[in-house]
Design a protein around this ligand. Structure first.
Ligand code: ADP
Length: 161
């Protein structure tokens, strides 16, 4: 039984993340998508909101479950019997950071490996920060996130569309 963890901020989850989730769920027996409870960043959505949104978008994928975590990712993986961390790679700019992170995690927990999935081309440009920036100016985010997430995002910025 191969269990993988896909960690991230998911603030909010985009079609790019959803694509990675679907593909990773096809490869592994069980995929846990886990929201990082990062106390340093000020997120748009609370951890609880992000978990609920992720549960909604993954409800049709039986081997996916959603949780949140804080602390060291490798400790969290060990506690949950997961040997694999999933990360998505969009562009070369992601690569250096992700490589360093993967190597650090390998040093911290030598029984956890990172597996990278490259983004599908149609989502290569997409990030949660782009979604927030466009939504904050009242722009159209319908190509970036599912409709109910778009609605929730506009609401955060008090924007009526
Ligand atoms: P963001 O950079 O969007 O704030 P997160 O911290 O939520 O991202 O990212 C979690 C993981 O998902 C990271 O490995 C990130 O590279 C990946 N990811 C984010 N957006 C995309 C995308 N459009 N396509 C593929 N992977 C992505």
């Amino acid at each position: 039984m191969k269990r993988a963890i896909y960690p991230g901020s998911f603030d909010p989850v985009t079609y790019g993340h959803i694509d990675i989730i679907r593909r990773a769920a096809d490869i592994f027996d069980e995929l846990q998508v886990s929201v990082l409870n990062n106390k340093v960043k000020t997120p748009l959505f609370s951890v609880e909101e992000r978990v609920n949104i992720l549960k909604e978008v993954t409800k049709d994928i039986p081997n996916v479950n959603v949780a949140s975590y804080d602390g060291l990712l490798v400790d969290y993986c060990k506690k949950n019997n997961a040997g694999v961390i999933i990360r998505g790679l969009r562009a070369i700019t992601d690569f250096e950071f992700e490589l360093q992170l993967a190597q650090t995690n390998r040093k911290l927990g030598d029984d956890v490996d990172t597996v990278f999935l490259t983004t599908s081309l149609e989502y290569a440009y997409l990030s949660s920060s782009t979604v927030k920036e466009v939504a904050g100016f009242g722009g159209d985010i319908s190509k970036f996130v599912p409709p109910f997430i778009a609605e929730l995002t506009y609401k955060k910025y008090n924007i009526k569309r």
